[in-house]
Design a protein around this ligand. Structure first.
Ligand SMILES: CC(=O)SCCNC(=O)CCNC(=O)[C@H](O)C(C)(C)COP(=O)(O)OP(=O)(O)OC[C@H]1O[C@@H](n2cnc3c(N)ncnc32)[C@H](O)[C@@H]1OP(=O)(O)O
Ligand SMILES: O=C([O-])CC(=O)C(=O)O
Length: 371
């Protein structure tokens, strides 16, 4: 039987979490546009995990549970301080720290449903703390803990910068978190599901997913978009630089998508946020360059911008270090990974496809001294 490279077009599982149908994205049946325009990230996480929007009481309870679980063990902070901070990528630090968090969770290997839900909450709560702690430690700053009265999005920015964020920053960051929360069977979510389908634990599933998200063809693209924009440097150079990259058969980061053909519905929200925030912070050139590149690639390659393209200039405008863009993706996407992990446990079967063997056949074994 012939193989399908990259499993393109293969339906590998049923899911009730998110859907992409005719280029339209929904979480549990709610249109991403409605959620992006109206909901808090905490509401979306609750929705993904419970398959329903919370009441006000449920939301308040959920928010306070999240905040009260945000602290991370001192040993993890000490570990983050022990690397060569000039070379370690924050995604690598996050991958190791999440695995380490499992060592300090006495329920790590308890496979009961309620224990898995408690671990999900702890991971969702602690990942922003790890990301912000590492970002501060490598600048010689001490980590900052969360504030009870702040939202999840505001707390991330507070723990990162050590000061209360502006409303417009919180609004933009919340929207970015909502837009990145889940995306059907993308590579990192599939990785998480494959891992836990062996009945491995939640920490292993999330650690594996972080590894998959890190790659430049997936979540790692947002950092590469900013690297590209910075290298290009000016609006005038945008098209000549892109033409040169295409001539060299380089991929344009943030462009193209395996599933969307006519456009990623998340990109328009991020494009608008990029327009507003770059203007407000004096970084309009990055928005102007992005628009030119998007139009050129659409016209010449027929490829749409994906979620990673405009998130780059949005995060840059929020003053976030470029190599922290992908960890921020993880801060949001862990909600989707955890929803899928819980769904996988709920109706599990080992995921084990086949490979079509195309190597040599019928070889005769020779003793080592005769080779
Ligand atoms: C959150 C996310 O993960 S969104 C995706 C983030 N990744 C990126 O932005 C990286 C850049 N984009 C890409 O590499 C791809 O579009 C992917 C990985 C997103 C999708 O990949 P696939 O569905 O496997 O498409 P594939 O890589 O086979 O590309 C098909 C054709 O389009 C071209 N193409 C696809 N994306 C791009 C791009 N960004 N720039 C230039 N050409 C591209 C390929 O070169 C290929 O051309 P060919 O048929 O002439 O060889
Ligand atoms: O679905 C994909 O292949 C990649 C993507 O856009 C995401 O994970 O958000």
């Amino acid at each position: 039987m012939a193989s399908t490279k990259g499993l393109e077009g293969i339906t590998a599982t049923e899911s009730t979490i998110s859907s992409i149908i005719d280029d339209k994205l929904t979480y549990v049946g709610y249109d991403i546009d409605d959620l992006a325009n109206n909901s808090s990230f905490e509401e979306v996480v609750y929705l993904l995990w419970n398959q329903k929007l919370p009441t006000l009481d449920e939301l308040n309870q959920f928010k306070s549970e999240l905040i009260s679980n945000m602290d991370i063990p001192k040993e993890v902070v000490d570990h983050l301080k022990s690397y060569d901070l000039s070379t370690v990528h924050p995604m690598a630090a996050l991958r190791t720290a999440v695995s380490m968090l499992g060592l300090f969770d006495s329920e790590s290997d308890v496979m009961e449903e309620e224990a898995n839900k408690r671990k999900a909450l702890r991971l969702q709560a602690k990942i922003p703390t790890v990301v912000t702690a590492f970002a501060r430690i490598r600048k010689g700053q001490e980590p900052v803990g969360p504030k009870k009265e702040l939202s999840f999005a505001a707390n991330f920015l507070y723990m990162m910068n050590g000061k209360n964020p502006e409303d417009i920053e919180v609004e933009a960051f919340n929207k970015a978190l909502v837009l990145h929360a889940d995306h059907e069977l993308n590579a990192s979510t599939f990785t998480a599901r494959v891992c836990v389908a062996t009945l491995s634990d939640v920490y292993s599933g999330v650690t594996a997913a972080i590894g998959a998200l890190k790659g430049p063809l997936h979540g790692g693209a947002n950092e590469r978009v900013m690297e590209m924009l910075t290298e290009i440097g000016s609006v005038e150079q945008a098209i000549p630089a892109i033409e040169k990259r295409l001539e060299n058969k380089e991929k344009i980061m943030g462009m193209g998508h395996r599933v969307y053909r006519n456009g990623d519905p998340r990109a328009k929200h991020l494009r608008e946020m990029s327009r507003e925030l770059t203007e407000l912070t004096g970084h309009s050139k990055y928005y102007d360059m992005s628009i030119k590149i998007e139009d050129y690639i659409k016209e010449n390659k027929g490829l749409p911008a994906n979620v990673d393209f405009y998130s780059a200039s949005v995060y840059h405008s929020l003053g976030i270090d470029h190599d922290v863009f992908t960890p921020i993706f993880a801060v949001s996407r862990v909600s989707g990974w955890l929803a899928h992990i819980l769904e996988q446990y709920g109706d599990n079967r080992l995921i084990r496809p086949r490979a079509e063997y195309v190597g040599p056949k019928g070889q005769t074994y020779k003793p080592i001294e005769e080779r």
